[in-house]
Design a protein around this ligand. Structure first.
Ligand code: SF4
Length: 201
């Protein structure tokens, strides 16, 4: 996988992902980014930040309808507002949660409402700075094109087993995959693909 990483890094340069001021902002961004584009998440984060809501206690206490309006641009806003409030409450009551051992942290996150594997691993990697490779839809697509099959856990093991356990590298690699996915896979630029010869799938 390191050759894929190097190709993407040469193509785009460092993405320095995830753009956030605090660990909690990463958590909120990871929930909001489900089923929407990052540009919409940025707007919602800005709304929350301007009102001083990107902290556990105020976010857990905000009126649900007010929160829905602030994050409406991310879609599924009713469901997401409930999830944001409950995860804020959980983080407020468990301020040291991100210091838990990696596997324990991941299991706890997965037990929370609305947190699936991709969201949990995004929080583990980008908020808690632990080496868990994030598998998103673009990663699955690229793997499929490269003839690599597997479920979430199997693909994650393939990446983690073939890369050094290096948090900055995991962060950068995932960000580069997302960038490639948006610019190439999502735009159907398969004939220009730099990862699969001739865009063959
Ligand atoms: S650009 Fe096309 S061929 Fe290349 S990885 Fe993406 S979907 Fe597959």
């Amino acid at each position: 996988m390191i050759d894929v990483y190097n190709k993407l890094l040469n193509q785009f340069g460092s993405k320095d992902w995830w753009p956030a001021d605090t660990q909690f902002e990463v958590v909120i961004g990871a929930l909001l980014t489900q089923q929407t584009r990052w540009e919409n998440v940025e707007r919602a984060i800005k709304n929350l930040k301007e009102r001083g809501l990107l902290e556990q206690e105020p976010l857990s206490r905000i009126d649900l309808e007010e929160l829905e309006e602030l994050i409406r641009c991310t879609g599924f806003y009713r469901q997401k507002a409930k999830r944001l409030k409950s995860i804020s409450e959980f983080f407020f009551e468990n301020p040291d949660i991100l210091k838990k051992p990696e596997d324990e942290l991941r299991d706890i996150l997965l037990s929370l409402n609305g947190v699936g594997e991709e969201t949990a691993d995004s929080i583990v990697l980008y908020a808690a700075d632990r080496p868990r490779f994030v598998i998103d839809a673009y990663t699955k697509r690229i793997c499929m094109c490269m003839g690599i099959k597997g479920d979430y856990g199997e693909l994650q093991s393939i990446f983690e087993d073939s890369l050094p356990q290096d948090v900055p590298l995991y962060k950068e690699f995932h960000a580069l995959i997302v960038e490639y996915g948006k610019r190439f896979c999502g735009q159907k630029r398969c004939t220009e693909c730099i990862l699969v010869e001739n865009g063959k799938m």
